[in-house]
Ligand binder design. Structure first.
Ligand code: GDP
Ligand code: ZN
Length: 320
């Protein structure tokens, strides 16, 4: 039988089968996936195959195969620093929720998030929330950011979760897909998700309150079916993707507008800094690349990221 992992609790996996029923599954023997040193062999979002076992009228499953992952997000294991913990896999898209004020979402934060999502191979949709609170200045700023990111190729939406504006466009994008919601604490993730699906009571809010009290919470991701043929993966306690460990050479590949110009740089290993005849610097001088993007790029290259605590670690896109 085939199914998708919705939740994992220790050694048991809550698997939804093709006919919509849930079966508790375990893993057959020692299960290792080539190339990944992770504490958990299977994560939420995995497509698995299992054998049904029945004893005393109780059905359980024994997982023997896991399908190749389209992508996955990880964090460093708490105990074994060399190992990673796979939080979730096969994510179709992430909605990055951004607010201009209250809290302020900086372009550094946005760009760092986008770079990580690119490295993971996950599509990002930017949602500017709290548009109901905008004064002229905030509106200018938001429209400028929307213009900047739309030009690069990122889809941007505007919403007011509390006034239920812009929800239909978000729902439409979610149909038939597995989505995640990210962004700083307080940007309105819970409000938005509750407005989209009032019966869904995600743990996000509760957990982040605990975080503020300095308690450590373990992350248990969980997948939820929504009423309109869409899934959400909730990752309590995780607000961003953290930072992906990557080579300096790689960073520019995850800025799509830099990547597009890369072949026009004189040196094929150009870091777009001091090198002569750099197409990225030329584009910057001609206002074809936003300064804020270039600044974020150099901050990442310089490892100037102390205040972006590295929650999650990834070895790039990683082969399964
Ligand atoms: P989360 O931490 O990202 O889940 O954020 P919450 O959903 O808990 O929202 C944080 C605060 O912002 C709450 O007081 C919400 O009522 C408020 N909020 C959320 N969305 C909006 C919005 O679109 N407009 C306004 N004015 N307030 C909002
Ligand atoms: Zn260059």
């Amino acid at each position: 039988m085939k199914g998708i992992v919705y939740k994992s609790t220790g050694s048991w996996y809550h698997v939804k089968t093709e006919d919509g029923t849930f079966i508790e599954c375990r893993i057959k023997g020692k299960f290792r996936i080539k190339g990944i040193k992770s504490t958990n062999p299977i994560s939420v979002g995995d497509l698995v195959e299992f054998d049904l076992e029945t004893s005393a009228d109780v059905h359980t499953g024994l997982i023997h195969t896991i399908a190749e992952r389209k992508n996955y997000i990880v964090r460093k294991s708490v105990n074994l620093s060399k190992q990673i913990h796979i939080i979730a896999s096969n994510i179709d898209q992430v909605f990055l929720m951004v607010t201009i004020n209250n809290p302020v979402t900086t372009t550094s934060f946005i760009d760092r998030f986008l770079v990580t999502a690119e490295a993971y191979g996950i599509k990002t949709v930017i949602v500017f929330n709290k548009i109901d609170t905008f004064d002229d200045e905030a509106l200018d700023e938001q429209l400028y950011l929307q213009h900047t990111y739309t030009q690069i190729g990122y889809e941007c939406l505007r919403a007011s979760a509390s006034e239920r504006k812009g929800l239909d466009a978000i729902k439409e994008k979610m149909i038939g897909k597995v989505s995640m919601f990210s962004g700083h604490s307080g940007v309105g993730k819970s409000t938005l998700i509750n407005a989209i699906e009032p019966t869904l009571n995600l743990k996000t809010a509760v957990i982040s309150e605990q975080h503020q009290q300095g308690q450590h919470t373990t992350t248990f991701a969980e997948m939820f079916d929504l009423s309109f043929d869409a899934q959400i993966i909730d990752t309590p306690g995780i607000r961003g993707f953290g930072i992906v460990d990557m080579e300096k050479q790689e960073v520019g590949n995850y800025f799509p507008e830099f990547f597009a110009l890369k072949n026009d740089c004189k040196f094929n290993n150009c870091l777009h800094r001091e090198e002569p005849h750099c197409a990225v610097k030329d584009a910057l001088d001609n206002d074809q690349i936003a300064w804020s993007r270039y600044r974020s790029y150099t901050q990442i290259l310089d490892g100037d990221d102390e205040h972006y605590r590295s929650d999650i670690y990834a070895d790039g896109k990683g082969e399964v």
